[in-house]
Write a protein that binds this ligand. Structure first.
Ligand code: AR6
Length: 174
């Protein structure tokens, strides 16, 4: 599995799946979630509503991940995951690790081989970008069924500062 770090807009990535830093409603929001829904068009919101009604009537729990088609995006799927909200007292990094792990498990389940992640948790939910990068790196060091089928995990960071933080953690610290 190749791990790459790029600066850019995750909605433009030509990968099999992009991960959305969603909230438990699955009905959209600000940040990367808003950008993904805006670029994907109303079909994505319809898919999210159906998923919510069929499988998560009480909302997608923190640390879990669920897949929908990607509407107008170049990707095939959007994998929605809900990071822990530090501002709501969810400060356990194990929940953040679970977001990365479960997103990759979902990708493998639907046969996706290239997956792009944003800095889940590093915006509205209040996590330090370096901690997010370290948690992600640690999860990628785990071995799970099917993960060897993944070709590329790409971290797509919106701003130069966060990109630098991820580059340092992944490229210089291994
Ligand atoms: N491409 C890549 N990264 C982006 C993009 C983009 N187009 N837009 C923003 N980011 P956030 P969270 C970065 O707040 O902290 C939403 O309202 C951004 O700079 O999107 O997990 C949800 O609905 C930051 O580094 O996600 C939830 O309610 C990173 O994406 C809540 O925010 C994550 O920031 C989730 O908060």
């Amino acid at each position: 599995m190749r791990i790459t770090v790029v600066q850019g807009d995750i909605t433009e990535q030509d990968v099999d799946a992009i991960v959305n830093a969603a909230n438990s409603t699955l009905l959209g929001g600000g940040g990367v979630d808003g950008a993904i829904h805006a670029a994907a068009g109303p079909k994505l919101l319809r898919e999210c509503r159906e998923l919510r009604e069929a499988e998560y009537p009480d909302g997608l729990p923190t640390g879990q991940a669920a897949v929908t088609p990607a509407g107008k995006l170049p990707a095939d799927h959007v994998i929605h995951t809900v990071g822990p909200n530090r501002h709501a007292g969810q400060t356990d990094p194990a929940l953040l690790a679970s977001c990365f792990r479960e997103s990759l498990n979902r990708a493998v389940q639907v046969g996706d081989q290239t997956v792009a992640f944003p800095a889940v948790g590093a915006g509205a939910y209040g996590w330090d970008a370096e901690e997010v990068a370290r948690v992600a790196r640690s999860v990628l060091g785990e071995a799970h069924d099917g993960w060897s089928d993944l070709d590329e995990v790409r971290f797509v960071l919106h701003d130069a500062g966060t990109t630098e933080v991820f580059r340092n953690v992944f490229e210089y610290e291994g």
